[in-house]
Design a protein around this ligand. Structure first.
Ligand code: NAP
Length: 305
């Protein structure tokens, strides 16, 4: 599969990352077949989090992969910490304990990439830096990143953390294009001119932080899949027209739309369906034209000045 460099890390990673947030919704046999198929088609980057299924998703993923030292060298395991049952916790103690608990569930000695999942308002960056130092020098975590974080918070962390922040995982899709469309509304009076993300997309591009696009098929915040959804007839008509032209499925086009953005994003898919994963991976071979990209953007109800 086509790869990109993950931030300032030494990793070349597939443009499609296999998100495992929903792996607890399928049975053991299906999970095994799914992850083994992912490996067969070169999708060897797995995204997880300690809070997915309350830890179950990490455990199921590791079992399904038959985690062992020789396999471990061939896959990239990313997980996240910092969300607790009641709030958010980026304290040194929590980060270290969470990473160690993930290691146990993942049945491995090291995490390739550990992300801070969602901002903790009480974050003390010096504390985060110490936690990262300990985890890295003990060989437990190779690289660090963040998720859902504003450029100012990333800068604050980076002032103290001794390793490059390699990724920022953010919601991004045809129905949630705001990181990209923000630039179209600068200095205008419409609602979309409200700066909601501090220019995070360009900030990440300037600082070599890979944006990982989560929920590539959802509208709203887990509002459901927009493909083949009768609430969005114009969008589906346009996507299907372009899918026919390329001889691919609408799933492929929805992913290709994200990959067409020049920020070199990595798409974190959530499907647990083998055929759909194949369609997602196929998107790495489709390059939409500029016109097609904008046509899809507009068909989704997004606006241009
Ligand atoms: N950092 C964060 O805050 C954050 C937040 C949310 C998610 N994530 C990560 O991002 C990953 C993806 O998130 P997500 O699961 O919400 O994303 P998604 O890929 O947009 O949604 C996947 C869901 O949509 C369903 N689906 C139905 N029709 C589909 C179609 N035509 N194409 C594709 N999927 C279809 C899938 O079902 P089937 O399984 O039947 O295909 C699956 O249940 C997660 O696994 C997780 O790793 C991160």
């Amino acid at each position: 599969m086509r790869t990109i460099k993950l931030g300032k890390s030494l990793f070349d990673v597939p443009v499609i990352a296999v998100g495992c947030m929903r792996i607890n919704k399928i049975d053991k046999k299906q999970a095994e077949a799914f992850v083994q198929f992912a490996l067969d088609i070169g999708a060897n980057f797995f995204d997880n989090a300690d809070c997915y299924g309350d830890g179950e998703c990490e455990r199921i993923m590791a079992d399904a992969l038959h985690m062992n030292p020789s396999l471990r060298e061939r896959i990239i395991v990313q997980t996240k910490c910092g969300i607790t049952p009641v709030s958010f916790d980026f304290s040194k103690k929590h980060i270290i304990e969470a990473a160690e608990a993930s290691l146990k569930r993942l049945n491995t000695d090291y995490i390739d990439v550990l992300l801070l999942h969602r901002p903790d308002m009480l974050v003390e960056p010096e504390d985060v830096a110490e936690a990262f130092d300990i985890l890295h020098y003990q060989g437990k975590v190779k690289y660090f990143g963040v998720s859902n974080q504003h450029p100012m918070l990333i800068s604050l962390l980076q002032k103290h953390v001794h390793f490059p922040i390699v990724a920022n995982q953010m919601q991004f899709s045809i129905m949630h294009p705001f990181m990209a469309s923000q630039v179209q509304h600068v200095n205008m009076l419409d609602d979309l001119a409200v700066d909601r993300d501090g220019g995070v997309l360009d900030f990440c591009r300037m600082n070599d932080i890979t944006i990982q696009a989560w929920s590539p098929f959802q509208h709203g915040f887990f509002g459901g899949v927009f493909l083949d959804n009768e609430k969005f007839p114009k969008l589906n008509e346009k996507i299907n027209e372009i899918a026919d032209k390329y001889g691919v499925t609408n799933t492929t086009i929805a992913v290709a739309w994200i990959l067409r953005h020049p920020a070199k994003m990595q798409v974190v898919t959530g499907t647990m369906n083998i055929d759909r994963l194949k369609d997602c991976v196929k998107a790495a071979e489709v390059r939409l034209t500029r016109e097609e990209w904008y046509e899809i953007y507009l068909a989704a109800g997004n606006i241009l000045p």
